[in-house]
Design a binder for this molecule. Structure first.
Ligand SMILES: [Zn+2]
Length: 264
């Protein structure tokens, strides 16, 4: 069976275990069903996720021109504290920025290797945690815009990491931490203007179970730029990574906008 299409991050379903889907224009594939099977991935070309042209991908699935012009990849995406739509100030496209920034956001603690702090739109949970390969996560505050989430994250970065150690995450090298206890420590560290949004009662701890038959002992990251054709037996899916029996890991998200064929 051959599937062909432009890679975008895998769609997920919060089930036990997490269900993963590769969605192409004319077909979709439940990736869990490929576990323990030989899978071949072949690079065919590029298609920018924004303009649709067959231009080389620069970053995040976008060609160079789109990456530097589209409001969907402004600096405030990666640095929420730079958000300005709540002040009526435009970065690239105020209508777009108001739509995305002026909606409920969550600041959370997640456990993917060490404990980490992060920000997400409320509609993106638990998707965001699944994408990071977190085994547990808990919300700290729910605020009405991205700016307030951003300044909360900045304050908490003094106490927690804000990046996932992806090697440890993929090897399931996860610290044992009581997230509910950590959350209770945090209240004193969040900014004054966010105090009223602290989730004092709700200790809704999420647990994620990933479809992994075997964790890799050593890790080689697959790059379609260097290795346009790869074949291996799929042994797991965690975060946005496919894990193979020879220790190769493929970060689907890093290759958004790459057109591939997948042979099963
Ligand atoms: Zn483009």
């Amino acid at each position: 069976m051959t599937y062909e299409g432009t890679l975008t991050k895998m769609q997920t379903e919060f089930a036990n275990p997490i269900q993963y889907y590769l969605v192409f224009e004319n077909s979709f594939l439940n990736v869990n069903q490929l576990l323990n099977k030989n899978v071949e991935i072949s690079f065919q070309g590029y298609q920018c996720l924004n303009c649709g042209k067959k231009k080389k991908i620069y970053r995040q699935g976008f060609c160079y021109d789109c990456f530097y012009s589209s409001p969907a990849v402004g600096d405030w995406i990666m640095k929420p504290e730079l958000s300005t739509a709540h002040l009526g100030i435009q970065d690239r496209d105020l209508v777009y920025e108001e739509k995305v920034q002026l909606q409920p956001h969550i600041v959370y603690l997640a456990l993917s290797s060490e404990i980490k702090v992060g920000v997400t739109r409320k509609t993106q949970m638990p998707t965001r945690w699944i994408d990071q390969g977190a085994t547990q996560a808990i919300s700290i505050v729910e605020v009405p815009n991205r700016y307030l989430a951003g300044i909360t994250e900045v304050a908490l970065k003094n106490h927690f990491a804000d990046k996932t150690n992806w090697r440890k995450m993929l090897q399931n090298n996860v610290e044992q931490v009581d997230l509910i206890a950590e959350k209770l420590k945090v209240q004193n560290w969040i900014p004054t203007e966010v105090q009223e949004y602290f989730y004092s009662e709700k200790n809704d701890l999420y647990e994620m179970h990933f479809p992994v038959l075997e964790y890799p002992k050593k890790i080689n990251s697959l790059s379609l730029d260097k290795t346009p054709n790869f074949q291996g037996k799929l042994t797991g899916i965690k975060g946005q990574y496919l894990l193979f029996d020879d220790g190769t890991v493929f970060n689907v998200r890093s290759f958004e906008g790459y057109v591939v064929t997948i042979n099963v």
